[in-house]
Design a protein around this ligand. Structure first.
Ligand SMILES: Cc1cc2nc3c(=O)[nH]c(=O)nc-3n(C[C@H](O)[C@H](O)[C@H](O)COP(=O)(O)OP(=O)(O)OC[C@H]3O[C@@H](n4cnc5c(N)ncnc54)[C@H](O)[C@@H]3O)c2cc1C
Length: 622
C-alpha cells in the first residue's frame, strides 16, 4: 500500500551527502520545486571519512563549485579550523587550498543553508523504488510507503547501496559505521535495467587527543588568508588548530605483514576494488615493501571534540591488530581508539550508463551523481551533484544540458573521464588528469565559470558585477604595465618586464611604484601577476585548446552503427559501440581508440554530411 504525497516536484534528490546537497541547492536556486529525501536529516553533509576539504585537484573542484554558485566553498570557509595552500613551492597550476573542517559544524552549516533555500523541501525517508511511465521516471516510493511524484530524480546514495562493512573477520551490513545500508534501492535499479558493480573504500581509526604524545610529533600550523570562495568572507576566520605529523615504524610493518591473512582485502572476502591512490595501510605495506616507515597526519575532527583522525592508517584489519600496530608508533603508543578503522563495499552504477549530462542513458529524467558513479571524495561528489542539479532543471525547461569542457574545468575533466574512459576502481581527481592544467588553475575558476553560473541563475547580480570588474582589471592592467616604463637597476624597462622576473611579485611592484601600480584585491593582483609571468605558456595552451575545440564540436549521432563504418578496426567498432561518445573529441579519448580511427570517423562524417546536403534538396527521406 502506498500513499500519494499531495505535492508534486520538479526535481527529487535521493541522499543528503555532498552530491545530494549541491544537487538540491542548485535545482531549488534555479527556481525548480525540489525535494531532498534522505535517510537521516541529522547526517546531511556528513563527512564519512577525513575531516578535510580540498587538496590538489580536489581544491580546484571546490573553487569551481563556488564559481558556479555552489555550497561547498562557503561551508568550509565558515567551519574550517585549519587552512593551508598546498604546493606553494611548485607552479601555480598545481597549487590548491586545503582545510581541516569542524565536522559537526560543517554538517550544521550546510543543513542551515539548505533549510533556508527557497523552493526546497527536506524530508527524512528512505527511497526504495521508482514510479516509471514508459521510458520516463515519474517519482519515487519510500520504504515508509509514500509515493512522491517528480519529473526528474537524482540519485546520490554514496556508499550506502548494499553497503557491507569489513573489520577483519567481522562484517556488518551498513552504509557507513553506525548507519543502516540502503538495500531496496539496488534491486529497484536493477529491475530498471541498470547494471551495478562493487567498489570499496576504507577509513582509519580515530583516537582520543589526551592519549597522544604530541612531544613525539611535528606540529603543522595553518596559514592565514587561504580562500575557497570568490565572494567576500561571510564570517571572520576562526583561530586555527594545528595538525601533527608522525610515522609508522618497522615494528608496525611487521605486525601488519604477520596479520595480512586476517585482512578481508587479502583473504579474498572483499570483492570490490579499492582506491589505488588512498591505499589502506596493509596495501602500503605490501605495495611499498622496501619502505621503512609511512607518514601519518593527526588531524582534529573538530574544535569541540577531542577526537583525532589518524590520516594514513586506513585499514580493514581486525580491531585487535589495529590496536597492536598503533602501539608500535611512538606518539600513539598509549592511543585510546574511539572509533576503529574499517573498509566498506558498496554498489555503484557500472560505467557506460550515464551521458555527459549525468542523465541515465536507459531512463529519461533519471540522473546519478557522486560515489554512485564510481568516484571517491566529497569534492568529486559535490561537483557532480551540482551539475546533475543544474541539468535536471535544464531538462525540465527543454534547454541543453550544461556540459563543461575539459579545457574549462576540472569538473568537465572528471565527467568526461567517467563517460568516455569509465572506472574500474574508485576515481579521484588529480591535476595530472587535466591536459590544460595551466588554464585550469584554482585561482581563476571564477573567470572560467562564474558567467555560466550567472546565466543559469545561480550567481546574483552583485556577484556578477564583481566578476566583471575583476575581468576588466585582469584584461587591462597587464597591458598598461607593458606600456609603463620605469628605470630600475640602471636600465629602463616596462613594469610588466619587471614583474615577469621570478623573484618579483605584485606586492613588491606595489611597494616600489605605488603611483603607477593599482592595488586591487589580493585575488585580482595575483591574476595580473600570473598572466604576466606565464604569458607564453598560457598562450600556447590556449592555442592547443582552440585546436582541440574543433573535434569537441563535431557531434557523433546517437544511433550511429559503428559496425557499418568501413576502415574502422574491429576493436574500435566494439569500444565506440560500448561508450557511444557524444562527439569526436570524446571518441579520441576512449582508451584503445587510435588517431587513425578518428581519421576514419572524420572521413565518414564528412561523407555522410555531403550526402545529406545533396539529398535534402531532392526531398529524399533516407
Ligand atoms: C568508510 C569510508 C571511507 C572513505 N574514505 C575516503 C577517502 O579516503 N577519501 C575520500 O576522498 N573519500 C572517502 N570516502 C568517500 C566519501 O565519503 C564519499 O566520496 C563522499 O561522501 C560521497 O558523497 P556522496 O554524496 O556521493 O555520498 P555520501 O556522502 O555517502 O552520502 C549519501 C547519502 O545518501 C543517503 N542515502 C543513501 N541511500 C538512500 C536512500 N535509499 N534513500 C534516501 N537516502 C539515501 C545517505 O543517508 C547519505 O546521506 C569514504 C567513505 C567511507 C564510507
Amino acid at each position: 500500500m502506498t500513499w500519494n504525497y499531495p505535492k508534486e516536484y520538479d526535481v527529487i534528490v535521493i541522499g543528503g551527502g555532498h552530491a545530494g546537497c549541491e544537487a538540491a541547492h542548485a535545482s531549488a536556486k534555479m527556481g525548480a520545486k525540489t525535494l531532498l529525501l534522505t535517510m537521516n536529516i541529522s547526517t546531511i553533509a556528513q563527512m564519512s571519512c577525513n575531516p578535510s576539504v580540498g587538496g590538489i585537484g580536489k581544491g580546484h573542484i571546490v573553487r569551481e563549485i563556488d564559481a558556479l554558485g555552489g555550497l561547498m566553498g562557503k561551508a568550509i570557509e565558515a567551519t574550517g579550523i585549519q587552512f593551508r595552500m598546498l604546493n606553494t613551492k611548485k607552479g601555480p597550476a598545481v597549487q590548491a587550498p586545503r582545510a581541516q573542517a569542524d565536522k559537526d559544524d560543517y554538517r550544521t552549516d550546510v543543513r542551515q543553508r539548505l533549510e533556508n533555500t527557497a523552493n526546497l523541501d527536506i524530508k527524512q525517508a528512505t527511497c526504495e523504488d521508482f514510479l516509471v511511465e514508459g521510458n520516463h521516471i515519474r517519482g519515487v516510493i519510500s520504504k515508509e510507503g509514500i509515493a512522491y511524484r517528480g519529473s526528474t530524480v537524482i540519485i546520490t546514495s554514496g556508499t550506502f547501496m548494499r553497503g557491507l562493512i569489513h573489520m577483519g573477520e567481522v562484517n556488518l551490513a551498513g552504509g557507513r559505521a553506525g548507519e543502516a545500508p540502503s538495500v531496496g534501492l539496488s534491486g529497484s535499479l536493477e529491475r530498471l535495467g541498470i547494471t551495478l558493480g562493487r567498489l570499496k573504500t576504507g577509513t582509519p581509526v580515530r583516537v582520543h587527543r589526551r592519549s597522544i604524545d604530541f612531544s613525539l610529533t611535528e606540529e603543522q600550523p595553518g596559514e592565514e588568508g587561504v580562500r575557497f570562495s570568490f565572494d567576500p568572507a561571510e564570517v571572520p576566520q576562526r583561530p586555527q588548530m594545528p595538525c601533527h605529523i608522525t610515522y609508522t615504524t618497522l615494528e608496525t610493518k611487521a605486525i601488519i605483514q604477520a596479520n595480512l591473512h586476517r585482512s578481508p582485502l587479502y583473504s579474498g572476502k572483499i570483492v570490490g576494488v579499492g582506491p589505488r591512490y588512498c591505499p589502506s595501510i596493509e596495501d602500503k605495506v605490501v605495495r611499498f615493501a622496501d619502505k621503512e616507515r609511512h607518514q601519518l597526519f593527526l588531524e582534529p575532527e573538530g574544535a569541540k571534540t577531542e577526537e583525532i583522525y589518524v590520516n594514513g592508517v586506513s585499514s580493514s584489519l581486525p580491531f585487535d591488530v589495529q590496536y597492536a600496530f598503533l602501539q608500535t608508533i611512538p606518539a600513539l603508543r598509549h592511543a585510546e581508539i574511539m572509533r576503529p578503522g574499517y573498509a566498506i563495499e558498496y554498489d555503484y552504477v557500472v560505467s557506460g550508463q550515464i551521458a555527459s549530462s549525468l542523465e541515465s542513458v536507459q531512463l529519461s529524467g533519471l540522473f546519478f551523481a557522486g560515489q554512485i558513479n564510481g568516484t571517491t571524495g566529497y569534492e568529486e561528489a559535490a561537483g557532480q551533484g551540482l551539475i546533475a542539479g543544474i541539468n535536471a532543471v535544464q531538462k525540465l525547461r527543454g534547454k541543453s544540458p550544461l556540459i563543461l569542457k575539459r579545457s574549462e574545468s576540472y569538473i568537465g575533466v572528471m565527467i568526461d573521464d567517467l563517460v568516455t574512459k569509465g572506472v574500474d576502481e574508485p576515481y579521484r581527481m588529480f591535476t595530472s588528469r587535466a591536459e590544460h592544467r595551466l588554464l585550469l588553475r584554482h585561482d581563476n575558476a571564477d573567470l572560467r565559470l562564474r558567467r555560466l553560473g550567472y546565466e543559469l541563475g545561480l550567481i546574483s547580480e552583485e556577484q556578477y558585477a564583481r566578476l566583471i570588474a575583476k575581468q576588466q582589471a585582469v584584461q587591462q592592467e597587464p597591458e598598461r604595465l607593458k606600456r609603463t616604463f620605469k628605470q630600475f637597476e640602471g636600465k629602463v624597462g616596462s613594469l610588466a618586464q619587471l614583474l615577469g622576473r621570478p623573484e618579483v611579485d605584485y606586492d613588491m611592484l606595489l611597494r616600489q611604484f605605488p603611483e603607477e601600480v593599482v592595488d586591487h584585491d589580493y585575488e585580482t593582483n595575483r591574476q595580473i601577476e600570473l598572466s604576466i609571468k606565464y604569458e607564453g605558456y598560457i598562450q600556447r595552451q590556449e592555442a592547443e585548446t582552440e585546436k582541440l575545440a574543433n573535434t569537441e564540436n563535431i557531434k557523433l549521432p546517437k544511433e550511429l552503427d559503428y559496425h557499418t563504418i568501413q576502415g574502422l578496426r574491429t576493436e574500435a567498432k566494439l569500444r565506440l559501440s560500448k561508450v557511444r561518445p557524444e562527439n569526436l573529441g570524446q571518441a579520441s579519448r576512449i582508451p584503445g581508440i587510435a588517431p587513425s580511427d578518428i581519421s576514419v570517423l572524420m572521413i565518414f562524417l564528412s561523407r555522410a554530411k555531403r550526402e545529406m546536403e545533396e539529398c535534402e534538396p531532392l526531398g529524399c527521406s533516407c
